[in-house]
Design a protein around this ligand. Structure first.
Ligand code: 13P
Length: 333
């Protein structure tokens, strides 16, 4: 393991004024996104859509791009590998390596993320294809009282530890993503408690499994009110509670924290990140690793038509620039 290369890559992923584009939707997930804009999810449409993003001006606000297995192997229309387009734009290619979730036996409504079998071999292949970082998403359901179970928190944290250790052995920076979902009518205090419990367990496992904290990136949810909670916390409260929770759980050795957007509106995701960065100085860089909050606008603008490519690129560049400003605490509504 080359710890100094891992640390250099991790720091580059959280360069101030840049963040990560999560373009790693599985074939099933991108189909849902395309259904919403009435575009057929063919291999070529998926390629054209992603090529549009990777060739856009907005890539100057992006440090790294998370790809899906299909995409890391695809070529642009002119034959250039998509990975090369990303590198030419000055960005680092990354790869989603988990294989999704499965129901957790004896824990109704909860899941465990799978994909550890043969992961070491897959990481070697992905490194050869150009990936310098990876992502594994654990999904933690939440309710007002009994969920998540200790079981779900433990098995998902353990898998994140196993994944992160294997990544580092393959000289790939792990993005460690434990996502506490927004779904539910729980309040922000419950989200705070649960997220803190989850991150404590994750860092405990990372420590036990000897993961180098300076060679990883954390990708957490923000501390927010449940989507259907009647009382929605304001931007300032989300920022304060999230930063407080991170200060309590995340060692300063971690170079950076890149949030998921998790179903927040585009503007909320930007406003929350901006408000957190205004609470500095902080021990780690705080930036974005958004999927939906960067891509919903370009998907609408593009709508599967080649003639709309410039409009799609403008929509993407705008969201990327807003979030880049937020990563410095310099965004204004
Ligand atoms: P969202 O920002 O849409 O939550 O996606 C980020 C991601 O990579 C989820 O794994």
């Amino acid at each position: 393991m080359n710890l100094s290369a891992l640390n250099t890559t991790a720091l580059a992923m959280v360069t101030p004024g840049k963040g990560i584009l999560a373009a790693d939707e599985s074939t099933g997930t991108i189909k849902k996104r395309f259904d919403a804009i009435k575009v057929e999810s063919t291999e070529q449409n998926r390629r054209d859509y992603r090529e549009m993003l990777f060739r856009s001006d907005g890539m100057k606000y992006i440090s790294g791009v998370i790809l899906y297995d299909e995409t890391i192997r695809q070529n642009a229309a002119d034959g250039t590998p998509l990975v090369k387009l990303i590198e030419r734009a000055g960005c680092i290619p990354g790869i989603k390596v988990d294989e999704g979730t499965r129901p957790l036996p004896s824990c109704p409504g909860e899941t465990v993320t799978i994909g550890l079998d043969r992961l070491a071999d897959r990481l070697t292949t992905y490194y050869a294809l150009g990936a310098r970082f990876a992502k594994w998403r654990a999904v933690i359901a939440i309710d007002k009282d009994n969920i998540p179970s200790m079981t779900a928190v433990h098995v998902n944290a353990h898998a994140l530890g196993r994944y992160a250790a294997l990544c580092q052995a393959a000289n790939i920076v792990p993005i460690v993503e434990p996502e506490v979902l927004m779904d539910g009518d729980h309040d922000i205090e419950r989200c705070f408690e649960v997220t803190r419990r989850v991150l404590d367990e994750v860092f405990h496992e990372l420590r036990i499994q000897r993961v180098a904290l300076d060679g990883m990136i954390l990708k957490p949810n923000m501390v927010v009110s449940g989507k259907s909670c009647p009382e929605q916390a304001a931007v300032a409260e989300v920022a304060e509670r999230t930063v407080q929770m991170l200060r309590e759980c995340v060692p300063a050795a971690v170079p950076g924290i890149a949030f998921l957007s998790g179903g927040q509106s585009d503007e909320d995701a930007t406003a929350h990140l901006d408000a957190m960065n205004r609470l500095g100085p902080l021990p780690w860089k705080l930036t974005f690793s958004y999927g939906r909050a960067l891509q919903a606008a370009p998907q609408q603008a593009w709508a599967g038509k080649a003639a709309n490519t410039p409009a799609g690129q403008r929509a993407f560049s705008h969201r990327a620039r807003m979030n880049a400003l937020a990563s410095r605490g310099e965004w204004t509504a």
